[in-house]
Design a protein around this ligand. Structure first.
Ligand code: ADP
Ligand code: MG
Length: 422
């Protein structure tokens, strides 16, 4: 009985809704597409079948911190035959792991690493139980965290003789779901789709009459609210300035800030401190939180209009994973409306505008970081997507000196972003 295995291996007495059906379908060797709300226990949906089936299960996960987290958690639960292979592993670690690969049950790895010949050559001869794509919305251009490397999973799947595949995510529109199934070339996938509604998260929207009052009101909320919590802001500069303001106004509150412009060690440290309860509040841009394994977040405040539904659902879904009452608050002022409008308009660049942007960038671009930074200054918030697209389209930045090439890229970008808007 599956319940028996669940208890024996994980110590849980019962399945959460959806888990058992997904697990059974995988055990029956079908491809599965599953959408379950954040915090529901998606990991278990592949961990249990992995442990019950002969061979190695490969789990593709977009974030390093996420992989490490899962491996540590499994080890704590006494499940030792798990490992992660990523760009941070040392050469010695890699070699040792690759030599022992057949001894493992679950291997977490990144889509990039999965491309490496070194790993593929070791995977091909051994029996692969399942191929799992976590955060599967990353496979689709139209998903909110698109990653070009996810598109190559399909080829690897074929090289590995098409083991049963699980694509699992918390947020994907009907269109994205279809796209994911196509891009991964799932075979007659069985779908499990559950709404993202989370009854223990209460949603609020509050508008203050001028921007200045926002901090005022935020402080009132923070003084009453249960911690820990997350505050989302739109820019890196805002994250830093709000951090300073809060520190002055509520000295008792242990807070920190987090954004994509900080060194990765610093980011990891803050995430760790937050998980371990040393911080009450993290003020962050959308760079923070994917795969964050923290169940007791009591509130998520947005100090701006959410710009798209999928990201918003994902961000507030980080609250209340322990099923305790939690709050999601959007706190805005009239200025934000103008700002949001500005963003929307800025996305509707004409082809000519794109050419101008490309021209300017090609003159000053030296490395990816500079480009992303510059794109952000130009209010092109899809800076990362942009880089993935370049890679996907096989465009090398340093070849962008010719006018025709620049124009060609601008046209492509124009079409791409236009498609996404509609
Ligand atoms: P998701 O990926 O859906 O956001 P996770 O896989 O990170 O969620 O799981 C969230 C939490 O739920 C984890 O702490 C996990 O141990 C726990 N969990 C998973 N399945 C069960 C279960 N059947 N009973 C109790 N807790 C569970
Ligand atoms: Mg997860």
């Amino acid at each position: 009985m599956l319940e028996h295995d669940l208890y024996r291996l994980f110590g849980f007495r019962s399945f959460k809704a959806g888990q058992k059906e997904i697990i059974q379908t995988l055990l029956d060797q079908n491809d599965v597409f599953a959408m379950l709300p954040t915090g529901r226990g998606k990991s278990l949906c592949y961990q249990l079948p992995a442990l019950l089936t002969e061979g190695l299960t490969i789990v593709i996960s977009p974030l390093l911190s996420l992989m490490e987290d899962q491996v540590q958690q499994l080890k704590r639960q006494g499940i030792k035959q798990v490992a992660s292979l990523n760009s941070f592993s040392t050469w010695d670690e890699r070699r040792e792991l690759l030599d022992q690969l057949h001894m493992y049950k679950i291997l977490y790895t990144s889509p990039e690493m999965l491309q490496s010949k070194e790993l593929l050559n070791r995977l091909i001869p051994i029996r692969i139980a399942y191929l799992v794509v976590d955060e599967a919305h990353c496979v689709s251009y139209w998903g909110h965290d698109f990653r070009a490397d996810y598109l190559r999973i399909k080829n690897v799947k074929e090289l590995l003789s098409n083991p049963p595949c699980l694509a699992i995510t918390a947020t994907a529109s009907a269109f994205v779901r279809e796209d994911v199934m196509t891009q991964l070339a799932l075979t007659k996938p069985v779908s499990f789709i559950e709404s993202v509604n989370r009854s223990n998260i209460s949603l609020f929207v509050e508008e203050v009459s001028i921007a200045k009052q926002k901090v005022e009101r935020l402080c009132e909320v923070l003084e009453k609210a249960k911690v820990p919590g997350l505050i989302y802001v739109q820019t890196r500069a805002h994250a830093e300035s709000l951090f300073l303001q809060l520190r002055e106004r509520i000295p008792m509150l242990k807070s920190s800030y987090y954004h994509g412009g900080m060194p990765s060690e610093e980011r990891m440290l803050i995430q760790q401190q937050f998980i371990e309860g040393q911080l009450d509040v993290v003020i962050a841009t959308s760079a923070f939180g994917m795969g964050l394994n923290k169940s007791d977040i009591r509130f998520v405040v947005h100090l701006h209009y959410p710009l798209d539904m999928a990201s918003y659902v994902q961000e507030i879904g980080r609250a209340g994973r322990d099923n305790e009452q939690s709050i999601a608050l959007v706190l805005i002022s009239p200025e934000d409306y103008a700002y949001a409008q500005f963003f929307v308009q800025r996305n509707e660049r004409s082809e000519e505008e794109w050419i101008a942007v490309m021209n300017e960038l090609s003159k000053q671009a030296v490395d990816e970081q500079t480009i992303v930074k510059r794109l952000e200054e130009l209010q092109i918030e899809q800076g990362r997507t942009f880089l993935y697209l370049m890679e996907l389209w096989g465009i090398k930045w340093n070849t962008l000196r010719e006018e025709a090439k620049i124009k060609n890229l601008a046209t492509k970008l124009y079409r791409y972003f236009k498609d996404r808007q509609e």
